[in-house]
Structure formats: structure tokens, C-alpha cells
Design a binder for this molecule. Structure first.
Ligand code: SF4
Length: 433
């Protein structure tokens, strides 16, 4: 049957969708690009903000209408919202056949069969992790780049975050298993691998066999034919000297670190239970930058966290100017059920959140522009991903520092790693030849 699978949210969801697609393909189902072509539709959801859940409900409403018209035979929902809402989703969307949490992805092919056989309201949100241990058949949209989930869940308990409730405590996969998967992906054409984890650099805690994130990086780095290695997302508290040494010493490891600061105010960081101060974060960044001078750092921020005063916000704005991130992802706080922060009044007015959001983005835009312009006249190494969709005479790719780079060049092919001399820059893109 024809399957349409739409992914909302983070890279973990994109990867989960590839795994589910692959397993469904093993049973003879075929992926399609548009929902109107499908007989089976699955939505992979995100719960990290209210906005993401609202969007999921709206998309599910459209799928439900297609099911009422008998265009769709099976409708399922997976991901964090499935875990968060569980059976309540059946009451909201009566046409749903199955609801599957992120730890039970392995059940989806059977659930599709059961739904086709007429079973209703199939719920899989509890129990042991049941995923695809070695996904040989994953459906990969991008041939050159691939992701591997190295750990599932998170042991931190940031007071705003729903992830510990939807994905549970950290469970790491053995290094050997990850290395095997990396080899298979490289054999299948991947030249760049990104290791994924909710707090990827806390990798190994649950294994209790001496495995650390640095050892994992070193092991995957050995993969023959692999040209680039990346990882996301890191927690400042889990940055270790070993990890920094690995970043300095492993040549395939790209000079990019996503290390969310979240706020520039110690008072708010403490209320968020982030477990570091702004000064400590500064020190971590200084150590990383000293060891890996070419590195670019990206961060996340939440504005309008309960109790955030104008003074707290100004401290965040100052940190943003000072720390010179290459990029910042700024989010307006929204209350998530079951979190500690949901017990506090969401007391920053929406218009204030909007204004703070815009202000931070504008500061970041200026910082990004200055950082990118400082690269004019220099050379960056770029993995060419393909023709530039906006101008077929050019190519597009990413630098080791994760900057989108548009380039002109003779005899270039997708998959090449080329040196690009930068001659122009915007806040989000480098241009060169
Ligand atoms: S570190 Fe904090 S924000 Fe990140 S997934 Fe864990 S609890 Fe959520």
C-alpha cells in the first residue's frame, strides 16, 4: 500500500520516520510524497511546544477528513505527542487507528496490519523500548548524509521540558552496534554521519561499562570511507575534557557545536534547572574555542520563561552579543503539561514574549552577519549537496562549521568535498567559488 509519513519537530523524528518507512517497505508498502496519493497516513508528532501540538491536530484533522471519504484506509500517529496524549487522541480524532509512543516504533508495521484487518484504537505507549536495533532498510531521503540515534531519552530534568516524560530516561546503544550501523550507512553512500541524542554528549551513562561519548566519537571516526562526523544536541554540564580533546584531535569531526544556553540570567537558569551558571557556560565555551579555534557554536534560547523580568531578558540579550554564536534558535515559552514549570504562573504577557523574541533574533542576525562577513577572503571546506534550487548554475552545500554555502565551480559534483573561497556573506549563507 502507499504510505505517506509526515514528520514534525526535531531531527530525531526525521530519523524515526526513516526507520518506520524502511520497516514498512520491508512489508511491501511504498512511500509517497503527498497525502492525497496515500492509503496509509502516519503523522510523527512533536510536543516540545504547544504550537507544535496545535499544528499536529490541524494536520490530523485533514487526514481524518480523507479517511471519512474512504480515501485513506489507515491513520496513525506516532512521536512525542502520541506519548503525551496517549488514548485521549482517539477521543479527539475518532478516525485514528493507532497511537504509538517513540519507544514503541518497532510495533508500527504490525499495527498497520492489525488496522487493515479491522482492529480499532490500537495504543502502544508503555513498556520497554521496542525500536529497530539495526535498521538495514531505512528509507533515506538524503544519500550523502545520515543520522544515527545513539541514545534515547534524557536524564536531565529541565523544568520547562516535556522530553523526560515523552522519551523517558537516557538509554544508550552499545558502541559496537552504532559502529556497525555507521559502516552500513557508509556502504550505502553516506559520507557524513550525525550522531543524535537528546543530550548526545551524556551518551554512555546508562551502559555502565565505561562507554563515554568521547570513546563513541573515536570509534565511529574509524569508519572507513566516512568523511565527516557531527553530533547534536549537547548539554553544557556533560561537556568533558575527553570530549573536548576528541573534538580537537579527530580530523573528520566537524567544527560545530550546538550547546543551548537557554538564558543569560543565573536566576532563570536556576529556575530552569539547567545546572550551570552563565559564568560556567562562558568557561566551557572558552575551553572549547581554545582547543578548536575554527569552531562555530549555536545555541537555543527561551524567552518569557515564568518569572523572566526585563532585567533577566537584558542579561540574555547581553550574553547573545558577547558569546558570538553562529546561530541561535529562539523560542517563546509555552507551558508543557507535567513539567515543573507548569506549576508556575505563565506570567510574561504574549506581546512581551513576541517583543523579546524579535529583539533576540535581531541581535543574532547582526552577530551572524558579522561572523560570516569575517570569512570573506578565507577558504572553507564544503560538502557539495547538489545544485542550488534557486539557481541551477550554482551548487549548494555545507561548510564543516554547518554554514549553508552557495558556490560556483567547474566540474563539481554532489558528494564532492571542495575548498571554497568566500566572497560574500549574509547572516545565513556564505557565497564563493
Ligand atoms: S537536557 Fe533539558 S531541555 Fe534537553 S531534553 Fe533533557 S530535559 Fe529537555
Amino acid at each position: 500500500m502507499r504510505v505517506y509519513l509526515e514528520s514534525l519537530g526535531c531531527q530525531m523524528n526525521v530519523l524515526d520516520s526513516e526507520l518506520v518507512f524502511g520497516e514498512l517497505a520491508k512489508r511491501g508498502h511504498a512511500p509517497v510524497e503527498a497525502p492525497h496519493e496515500a492509503e496509509i497516513a502516519i503523522l510523527n508528532t512533536c510536543s516540545v511546544r504547544q504550537h507544535a501540538e496545535d499544528k499536529a491536530v490541524s494536520i490530523l484533522g485533514q487526514f481524518a477528513a480523507a479517511k471519512r471519504k474512504k480515501r485513506l484506509k489507515v491513520l496513525g500517529v506516532m512521536g512525542c505527542m502520541a506519548q503525551n496524549e496517549k488514548g485521549k487522541l482517539f477521543d479527539r480524532i475518532g478516525e485514528l487507528d493507532f497511537v504509538v509512543g517513540p519507544s514503541r516504533l518497532g510495533r508500527i508495521p504490525d499495527l498497520v496490519d492489525e488496522a487493515l484487518a479491522g482492529k480499532k484504537r490500537l495504543l502502544e505507549t508503555a513498556g520497554d523500548i521496542d525500536r529497530f536495533p539495526l535498521p538495514d532498510h531505512r528509507h533515506r531521503e538524503r544519500k550523502l548524509q545520515a543520522a544515527i540515534e545513539v541514545a534515547f531519552g534524557c536524564d536531565y530534568v529541565c523544568t520547562f521540558c516535556i522530553v523526560p516524560f515523552t522519551r523517558g530516561r537516557e538509554v544508550s546503544r552499545p558502541i559496537r552496534e552504532i559502529v556497525d550501523e555507521a559502516k552500513k550507512l557508509v556502504d550505502d553512500g553516506a559520507v557524513e554521519i550525525t550522531l543524535l541524542g537528546q543530550t548526545v554528549n551524556a551518551y554512555g551513562t546508562s551502559l555502565a561499562d565505561g562507554s563515554t561519548f568521547a570513546k563513541l566519537l573515536t570509534a565511529v571516526h574509524e569508519t572507513k570511507g566516512l568523511k565527516r562526523l557531527r553530533f547534536i544536541t549537547s548539554h553544557p554540564k556533560s561537556v568533558t575534557p575527553d570530549m573536548i580533546r576528541a573534538m580537537r584531535d579527530l580530523p573528520k569531526l566537524c567544527e560545530y557545536l550546538h550547546l543551548p544556553l537557554q538564558s543569560g540570567s543565573d536566576r532563570i537558569l536556576s529556575r530552569m534547572k539547567r545546572l550551570y551558571t552563565v559564568d560556567e557556560y562562558h568557561r566551557i565555551l572558552a575551553e572549547v574555542r581554545e582547543s578548536v579555534p575554527e569552531i562555530e557554536i549555536a545555541s537555543d534560547f527561551i524567552v518569557g520563561f515564568p518569572g523572566e523580568t526585563e532585567e533577566d531578558f537584558q542579561a540574555t540579550a547581553a550574553a547573545l552579543r558577547e558569546l558570538e554564536f553562529s546561530q541561535s534558535y529562539v523560542f517563546k515559552y509555552s507551558t508543557r503539561p507535567r513539567t515543573k514549570a507548569s506549576q508556575w504562573e505563565d506570567d510574561v504577557p504574549q506581546e512581551t514574549k513576541e517583543r523579546r523574541n524579535i529583539e533576540l533574533l535581531e541581535i543574532q542576525r547582526q552577530v551572524s552577519l558579522a561572523r560570516n562577513q569575517s570569512k570573506i577572503g578565507k577558504t572553507v571546506e564544503v560538502l557539495v549537496e547538489g545544485p542550488n534550487p534557486k539557481n541551477a548554475a550554482q551548487w549548494i552545500g555545507r561548510s564543516r562549521q554547518n554554514q549553508v554555502t552557495v558556490l560556483a565551480g567547474e566540474g563539481v559534483r554532489a558528494g564532492d568535498i571542495v575548498d571554497v573561497t568566500v566572497d560574500a556573506a549574509t547572516p545565513l549563507t556564505l557565497f564563493g567559488s
